[in-house]
Design a protein around this ligand. Structure first.
Ligand SMILES: O=C(CO)COP(=O)(O)O
Length: 134
């Protein structure tokens, strides 16, 4: 599975703790991330992770383009809803593309936990088939 990991600055500690906790599961998948998030995860967990540009410089759009090309299976995007982001349109565009393509996306830590546990139980693998039933 191709998994995208993104965290706003105030959620980066949460993302690092999350990736440490689920390192064994995550290490079985192809990971990508926006620039700073990816660097921090790699430094803290040693997980192999493809890094795009930092979010404000276009990283969300790069991941969005992979979503549009059907190359991402799951997105964990720990958003900070209390801080204005200069690239808010890019963030909304990424989430919109997840909805357009029915890509599972967690935007807070509780949903991220649920999705990772579902991934571990191999319940996420067939979401493309599931969406075609509706
Ligand atoms: O801004 C971001 C997502 O919108 C995240 O970017 P960084 O991982 O480069 O901090």
């Amino acid at each position: 599975m191709n998994i995208a990991l993104i965290a706003h600055d105030k959620k980066k500690k949460q993302m690092i703790n999350f990736t440490k906790k689920y390192k064994d599961i995550l290490s079985k998948h192809n990971l990508c991330a926006t620039g700073t998030t990816g660097r921090l995860i790699n430094e803290e967990t040693n997980l192999d992770i493809e890094r795009f540009l930092s979010g404000p410089l276009g990283g969300d759009q790069q991941i969005g383009s992979k979503i549009a090309c059907d190359k991402i299976d799951l997105v964990i995007f720990l958003r900070d809803p209390l801080t204005a982001q200069p690239h808010e349109p890019d963030i909304i565009a990424l989430m919109r593309l997840c909805d357009v393509h029915s890509v599972p996306i967690a935007t807070n830590i509780s949903t991220a936990e649920i999705l990772l546990n579902a991934l571990h139980r191999e319940e996420v693998t067939n979401w493309r088939e599931i969406k075609d039933r509706y």
